[in-house]
Design a protein around this ligand. Structure first.
Ligand SMILES: Cc1cc2nc3c(=O)[nH]c(=O)nc-3n(C[C@H](O)[C@H](O)[C@H](O)COP(=O)(O)O)c2cc1C
Length: 323
């Protein structure tokens, strides 16, 4: 299947693994790239730019296919040294970057100056258009269903993807809620030229996530996420567990301050949950697509399955409709 996305990224299938804090490590990124998709390392998962350089080398040792590095800009009291991470990515010679989050301009411009293909992920048409103006090569448009940060507009993919396709000139990747061949065909029909998946790739053999968390997710459905941090204009979609239920409950207090919630929600606690398998140790980003995930395949089998299903739908089911 050839689209502008496969051509620009130099990949076989129009399937991208989005950056994922604590999960986007060399094991997963290389497995996705080896399977013909685009794997992505998550820069800020590494404690320093030097560690990121080592992780990029580790990924190169595991695949000779293209892979990307994600750099995410989020509101923070003590922001990480973004410019230093950016410099490390440029020095590493990686050719594709996924940017996400607030005010990406200086970063996109610098990556473009160094001839890096920039895929910018965002959650609104207006942000997609401004990233296009900044020089991004591809937009990943993330619907309200998505894991992590769906933004504050609450527009689901069924509206957001075609709304973006109507206005964005550069190639579009549909993100949020994708798990199978049906989703890929739907994304293509809506005007996208590929799909980006997060939660589905967490549920693969190669994802560096404790087996108990994967088993927990297998028993969840499309109602199993919580939206938190809306009050702080930093809405985040996470799996339901005792911590996210507590945050939802605390957030109902009209005068709640972030300081009251902070002890429960640190990134370190989320990391501990993923690594130890203790589901209630912290927050776990996950999307509503949990309702469509019923197995834990290898990345190779997952991607092959998606492509086989997509071909069957296009060649048989849809084709029959117009015979
Ligand atoms: C565990 C996890 C961590 C994530 N961390 C990040 C991140 O650090 N930066 C980012 O841009 N997106 C992050 N995301 C979002 C994904 O890259 C992707 O956009 C999203 O998962 C798509 O929605 P889906 O889960 O329905 O496929 C994360 C998603 C998950 C599941």
């Amino acid at each position: 299947m050839k689209t502008r996305v496969t051509e620009l990224l130099g990949i076989e299938y129009p399937i991208v693994q989005g950056g994922m804090m604590w999960v986007g490590r060399a094991e997963l990124a290389s497995a996705v790239s080896n399977a013909g998709g685009l794997g992505t390392l998550t820069a800020l998962t590494q404690p320093s730019p030097e560690d990121l350089l080592k992780e990029i080398q580790r990924c190169r040792d595991m695949t000779d296919k293209p892979f990307a590095v994600n750099l995410t800009f989020l509101p923070a009291i003590n922001p990480p040294p973004y410019a230093e991470y950016r410099q490390a990515i440029i020095e590493s010679g990686v050719k594709i970057v996924e940017t996400a989050g607030n005010k990406p301009q200086e970063h996109i411009e610098d990556f473009k100056k160094h001839h890096i293909t920039v895929l910018h992920k965002c959650t609104s048409v207006r942000h997609a258009l401004s990233a296009q103006r900044m020089g991004a090569d591809i937009i990943s448009i993330d619907g309200f269903e998505c894991a992590g940060h769906p933004g504050e507009d609450d527009i689901p993919g069924l509206i957001l993807i075609p709304a973006a396709a109507d206005q964005v000139k550069i190639p579009l990747i549909a993100s949020g809620g994708f798990a199978d061949g049906r989703g890929l065909v739907a994304a293509l029909a809506l005007g996208a030229e590929g799909i980006n998946m997060g939660t589905r790739f967490c549920m693969t053999q190669e994802a560096p996530i404790h087996e108990k968390i994967k088993q927990y997710y297998l028993n969840q459905d499309e109602r199993s996420t919580n939206l938190i941090f809306r009050k702080f204009r930093n809405t985040t979609r996470v799996a339901k567990n005792s911590i996210s239920d507590l945050v939802v409950e605390l957030s109902q207090k009209p005068d709640i301050q972030f300081e009251e919630i902070r002890p429960y929600v640190s990134g370190a606690k989320g990391r501990m949950a993923l690594e130890t398998g203790d589901v209630d140790a912290g927050l776990l980003s996950a999307g509503q697509v949990l309702g469509l995930i019923h197995d834990i395949p290898s990345c190779h089998d997952l991607i092959q399955g998606i492509m086989t299903e997509a071909h069957e739908i296009i060649q048989q089911r849809l084709n029959r409709l117009i015979d």
